[in-house]
Design a protein around this ligand. Sequence first.
Ligand code: 0L1
Ligand code: MG
Length: 256
Amino acid sequence: MSLEAIAEEIYRHQTTAEELEKITLRYDGLSVEDAYAIQQLVIQKYTLNGDKLIGWKMGLTSKAKQKSVGVDEAIYGHLLKSMELLTPEISLEGLIHPRIEPEIAFVFKHRLQGDQITPRDVWLATECVMPAVEVIDSRYKNFSFTLVDVVADNTSSAKFYVGDQAFSPYHCQWSDVGVVMKKNGEVVQTGAGAAVLGHPVRSVIEQVHMLHRIGKCIEPGMLVLTGGITEAVYIHDGDRVSVEFEGLGEMSLSVR
Ligand code: 0L1
Ligand code: MG
């Protein structure tokens, strides 16, 4: 089976919201590099159909998340224009078994590229930092996968929403920002920015270094989701999710 044929299959399941059997159960010998090549081929299908790459996302950036899915390294995916929610409402249409997680997003004003990036480089290239949430939705049955499966599936990316208020990169110590996520009024997750590789700036650095290996970079105007601050929580029709980012305000989303 060619990588192109696997990409075609994943694209079909992403766009029809039908569950998929893990590709690693059906195709032998796929490497992580193959998985990123499949991810790239899937994304090309979206962009050929008029979608646009608007940024990148890091996934599995916390030990807790790595442990919960049995994968022990951070991964990255593509963010497309069609994934961005313009209002704080999550429609379940087109999703299989979505989960939500709080994130810190960086928005860039300068290109960031290379394999020797420092925090200083990131701050100089950053326009603003914004609270965000990501809705992930693995296309695999039971939200179960290996590293190769999840990378090929664009790291479970589905939707994301970025808050109204942008903050200066120097507004606060981003690793200290506490987060409380509630579902239908009950606290379901708590965490702090430090869960993301010790500091979200580290996630941006890792993102740039990983992109450098494939000759890509963060372009001006792009957004990076740095990774879940807490475990992701399943959402269902009628749920109301609120996320309080300490000192930055609250985001409230409805599911329908
Ligand atoms: O954004 C993420 O951290 C998700 C990465 C993929 C693993 C998952 O689906 O939980
Ligand atoms: Mg995420």
